[in-house]
Design a protein around this ligand. Structure first.
Ligand SMILES: NC(=O)c1ccc[n+]([C@@H]2O[C@H](COP(=O)([O-])OP(=O)(O)OC[C@H]3O[C@@H](n4cnc5c(N)ncnc54)[C@H](O)[C@@H]3O)[C@@H](O)[C@H]2O)c1
Length: 255
């Protein structure tokens, strides 16, 4: 039976955990020819790749810090060396820490720069180095994981908001620049979800309840909720979709 990603090859950054790991698993289930689990966390990333291998799809782990350009060049080359093509890049790797959850005046330049290096520059580099390989096969799909915090503001997280907001319009610029080459670029904006990134924050009962109360559908998001959106945007079902921002947020930004 034909599956939704038959024959396609994908790189998923931040593939070791949370939304990225769920996306890797779903892509493999849907018949991807190859899934590249790219992350700085070797132990978890290897485990995800091995799990997928064990289920009959091909996958491999590659150590990639998305903020390092040479590592991107090497990761794309390794993907094409193994599978002969690159159809989909999910720029999902991201970070948010206690130090970054600050208002403007309390945000240090060091945190600002690191948050942009990973959450925004990482997306730029992933896009830049995927395009030439997608061009060779007549098109591709770039999926950037922004956030609801790339659409609306909040009381903290200054540098995260800035970086994720940048990803939102960078995605549209890419869409316009490469539409004539059938290279699509779309962003997903997760709402509050239980993952590694939010584990400590969501362990605080008041914060957890506050976030659910802000979410009209009345529950936390799961990594799988986001992975389903990635699957749609990666598949040919979305072949007329580019430059779109897709909130998967339980209605949070509809308010
Ligand atoms: N969980 C949420 O509530 C939420 C909400 C909105 C947006 N997001 C976004 O979703 C994406 C995935 O995060 P998650 O929630 O699954 O968190 P997570 O912590 O479970 O996964 C993030 C992964 O990114 C990896 N990573 C971090 N820095 C990296 C780097 N420099 N290079 C390569 N890999 C790196 C981590 O090792 C980890 O495996 C992020 O971009 C995040 O900002 C998450």
């Amino acid at each position: 039976m034909s599956k939704r990603l038959s024959g396609k090859v994908a790189i998923v950054t931040g593939g070791a955990s949370g939304i990225g790991a769920a996306t890797c698993r779903l892509f493999a289930q849907e018949g991807a020819k190859g899934v590249v689990v790219a992350d700085i966390n070797e132990e978890l990333g290897m485990a995800v790749a091995n799990e997928i291998q064990g289920q009959g799809s091909d996958a491999f782990f590659i150590l990639l810090d998305v903020s390092e350009e040479q590592q991107w060049i090497d990761a794309v080359a390794a993907t094409v060396a193994r599978y002969g093509r690159l159809d989909v890049t999910v720029n999902n790797a991201g970070m948010s820490t206690w130090e970054s959850r600050k208002n403007v005046e309390d945000t240090t330049l060091e945190i600002w720069n690191r948050m942009h290096a990973v959450n925004a520059t990482g997306v730029f580099l992933g896009t830049k180095h995927s395009i030439p390989e997608m061009r060779k096969i007549g098109g591709g799909s770039i999926i950037n994981i922004s956030s609801i915090y790339g659409i609306v503001g909040s009381k903290g997280g200054t540098s995260y908001h800035s970086a994720k907001g940048g990803v939102r319009t960078f995605t549209k610029a890419t869409a316009i620049q490469y539409a004539s080459e059938n290279i699509r670029s779309n962003s997903i904006h997760p709402g509050f979800a239980d993952t590694g990134m939010t584990a400590e924050l969501h362990a605080q009962p008041d914060e957890y309840a506050r976030r659910i109360s802000q979410t009209p559908l009345g529950r936390m998001g799961t990594p799988e909720d986001m992975a389903w959106g990635c699957l749609y945007l990666a598949s040919d079902e979305s072949s007329f979709v580019t430059g779109v921002e897709l909130p998967i947020d339980g209605g949070m930004t509809a308010q």
